[in-house]
Design a protein around this ligand. Structure first.
Ligand code: NAD
Ligand code: LMR
Length: 338
């Protein structure tokens, strides 16, 4: 017999959400890709997102949008494809998340992606400068250590750079640290909290195990092994996918977590903290990832890196020259290719 499921609570929550004061418009740039599609799905599942614009150069982007739009959550979803629709996709957007660009294949470094992804990020950021200059922008596209300085230079040239509003998304390094430490200690990874500072590639990824909460006790051999695994975790996935790309699903989760934190902060929630790679003066590297207190205008306060032990101080020393090189490369790219 046909039975009808009545969901009065769900129906009520729908009518509440449509009258919510917090309308949050989000754009995913590169929405047709390995990260873009699951990230867009996660954005649609979150009721705090009220409008969701999906942009990609692939012609099936409106199809991805049509598919996701059938999910019964509040966000109104629109698909945009090709350079002609780029500006329209960004109009009125408050949070822009950018996973556009090519991923690694085995044997490549993130820096090997620079030649292709630098101009992709430059052009998307030019459009942001024109269409949504006040948006909070999260860049996932690699090499993050260079694409963020590229974005900053483009925004500066357009006269709209606000360092509080531009982020390199390094959340996956934190998510992985939680997973690996949780597994090593037999604790729920959701209860683990650890800052990961520096940048987002190899030696520039610095997990601060000495600041982990709850405090974890590892011998130096295990600390070294865990640190190296966190630094090489992206490569671990690239190798395992054997030519089919890099992390997509865990990145979609991490990117969504970061975007939701930006939205929570925009909506006035207090104590929203995320690590991200931003313009910084806390070390001699002009961009640096550290824990940030987020607010309505983006970064409310850079929480800094706390006290490092000798091992972590040495990691920082090894990271700084690489970071400076990556940053210079990004800045020089925009100077030569405005
Ligand atoms: P993918 O190839 O599956 O998807 C990329 C998408 O970008 C494609 O759909 C492509 O059409 C689109 N694209 C290309 N040029 C574009 C443009 N000009 N405008 C809009 N869209 C454009 O790749 P992926 O696996 O999703 O990875 C995307 C990027 O994210 C890579 O650079 C990868 O290295 C990076 N990544 C970063 C992290 C991180 O922690 N920050 C983690 C994983 C991957
Ligand atoms: C990652 O950390 O998984 C990403 O930066 C993708 C990559 O190339 O490793």
């Amino acid at each position: 017999m046909f039975s009808r499921v009545v969901r009065p609570a769900a129906a009520a929550s729908r009518s509440i959400s449509t009258t919510s004061k917090n309308n949050r418009k989000v754009a995913v740039m590169g929405a047709g890709g390995g990260i873009g599609q699951p990230l867009s799905l996660l954005m649609k599942l979150n009721p705090t997102v009220t409008e969701l614009n999906l942009y990609d150069i692939v012609p099936y982007t409106p199809g991805v949008a049509a598919d996701i739009s059938h999910i019964d959550t509040p966000a109104i979803v629109k698909g945009f494809t090709g350079p002609d629709q780029l500006i329209e996709s960004l109009k009125g957007v408050e949070v822009v998340i950018i996973p556009a660009g090519v991923p690694r294949k085995p044997g490549m470094t993130r820096d090997d992606l620079f030649n292709t992804n630098a101009s992709i990020v430059r052009d998307l950021i030019k459009a942001c400068a024109q269409a949504c200059p006040k948006a909070l922008i999260g860049i996932i596209s690699n090499p993050v250590n260079s694409t963020v300085p590229i974005a900053a230079e483009v925004l500066s040239k357009a006269g709209v750079f606000d360092p509080k509003r531009l982020f390199g998304v390094s959340t996956l390094d934190v998510v992985r640290s939680h997973a690996f430490i949780g597994a090593a200690k037999g604790v729920d990874p959701r209860k683990v909290s650890i800052p990961v500072i520096g940048g987002h590639s190899g030696v520039t990824i610095i997990p601060l195990l000495s600041q982990c909460k709850p405090a974890v006790d590892f011998d130096q051999g295990k600390i070294d092994a865990l640190t190296k695994r966190i630094q090489d975790a992206g490569t671990e996935v690239v190798k395992a996918k054997a030519g089919a790309g890099s992390a997509t699903l865990s990145m979609a989760h991490a990117g969504a977590q970061f975007a939701f934190s930006l939205i929570k902060a925009l909506n006035g929630e207090s104590n929203v903290i995320e690590c991200a790679y931003v313009k910084s003066d806390i070390t001699e590297s002009t961009y640096f990832a550290s824990p940030l207190l987020l607010g309505k205008n983006g970064i409310e306060r850079n929480l800094g890196i706390g006290k490092l032990n000798d091992y972590e101080t040495q990691l920082l020393k090894e990271a700084l020259p690489e970071l400076k090189k990556n940053i210079k490369k990004g800045e020089e790219f925009v100077a030569k290719n405005p």
